[in-house]
Write a protein that binds this ligand. Structure first.
Ligand SMILES: NC(=O)c1ccc[n+]([C@@H]2O[C@H](COP(=O)([O-])OP(=O)(O)OC[C@H]3O[C@@H](n4cnc5c(N)ncnc54)[C@H](O)[C@@H]3O)[C@@H](O)[C@H]2O)c1
Length: 266
């Protein structure tokens, strides 16, 4: 398969979690990868997995909150790999902390800085190089970007905001044949969801809850009988939007949530 043959994709937060899986999945389909994250060792593991697919990868430490560092890293990656076709603004952080009016100001600022401003920085860094027709910008939002997320207003507000950014970019970049879409995962099998804090929040009745203890709680939120979405399912949505199969799809929100958004609405 070579749905990304000849293309180069920039992915933030590519050192672990879904970002790493996006990198490997796009590489499997022929893409070379520019991978940005905060830690060198994590990026090294992503690089090894991408190279195992026979593809090239450029890695750089860059905090998406830092526009200069993000732009420099993207520029260096494009210089090394020769072009840029896809931008995947994936880096994100969250923490479920409590009611909107109790959120610590630093936490609020951090969420907006990474989840909103960091996405804008990533797009700003990438769009200048995305000069080829057929370019695709994919912003990773969340189901919390389409509906309420009690206990995580700082996250939900940022994830809603990137939808506005994406829709505006789609308008601005359409005439250059660059498409812009958001992807909205529900609960996914990464450390962001599968961690002791989440286990304790979802199972306050247990003293030391584990992943298996939240399976029924999460499955009850879905139309499909699964507790969470696997990272590769989100990567497959990213791959589709990055590929020419989605050549006339722009300004949309693609939900990958086992039906949680629909279940909540109905
Ligand atoms: N896991 C879920 O259940 C879930 C659900 C919906 C949406 N999302 C979104 O998907 C995206 C990926 O999440 P994940 O589950 O893989 O998370 P993760 O915590 O497993 O990985 C996030 C990655 O982003 C990197 N990162 C964090 N802050 C950064 C910064 N300032 N600059 C550069 N890199 C940074 C981290 O180092 C890490 O490698 C995020 O935008 C997240 O909000 C996740």
């Amino acid at each position: 398969m070579s749905r990304m043959s000849g293309k180069v994709a920039l992915i933030t937060g590519a050192g672990s979690g879904m970002g790493r899986v996006h990198a490997v999945r796009l590489a499997q389909e022929g893409a070379d990868i520019i991978a940005l994250d905060l830690a060198e060792d994590a990026l090294a593991e992503t690089a090894a997995r991408v190279r195992a697919q026979g593809r090239h990868i450029f890695t750089a430490i860059a905090d998406v909150r830092d526009l200069v560092a993000t732009t420099a890293a993207a520029d260096a990656g494009v210089a090394e790999l020769g072009r840029l076709d896809t931008v995947v603004a994936n880096a994100g952080v969250t923490e479920n902390v409590g009611s909107s009016w109790t959120i610590d100001e630093d936490l609020w600022e951090r969420s907006i800085a990474v989840n909103l401003t960091g996405v804008w920085h990533t797009v700003r860094a990438g769009v200048a190089a995305l000069s080829v027709a057929g370019g695709s910008v994919i912003i990773i939002s969340s189901t919390a970007g389409l509906g309420a997320a009690p206990g995580a207003a700082h996250y939900s507000a940022a994830k809603h905001a990137v939808v506005g950014l994406a829709r505006t970019l789609a308008r601005e970049l359409g005439e250059r044949s660059i498409r812009v879409n958001t992807v909205h995962p529900g609960a996914v099998d990464t450390a962001m969801t599968l961690n002791p804090t989440t286990f304790a929040r979802l199972r306050p009745d247990l003293s030391d809850p584990r992943a298996e203890d939240i399976v029924d709680v999460l499955a009850a939120r879905h139309l499909l009988p699964v507790p969470w979405v696997e990272s590769v399912d989100v990567s497959n949505a990213v791959l589709f939007l990055a590929s020419d199969e989605a050549r006339y799809i722009t300004g949309t929100q693609l939900v990958v949530d086992a039906g949680s958004t629909e279940k909540r609405a109905s």
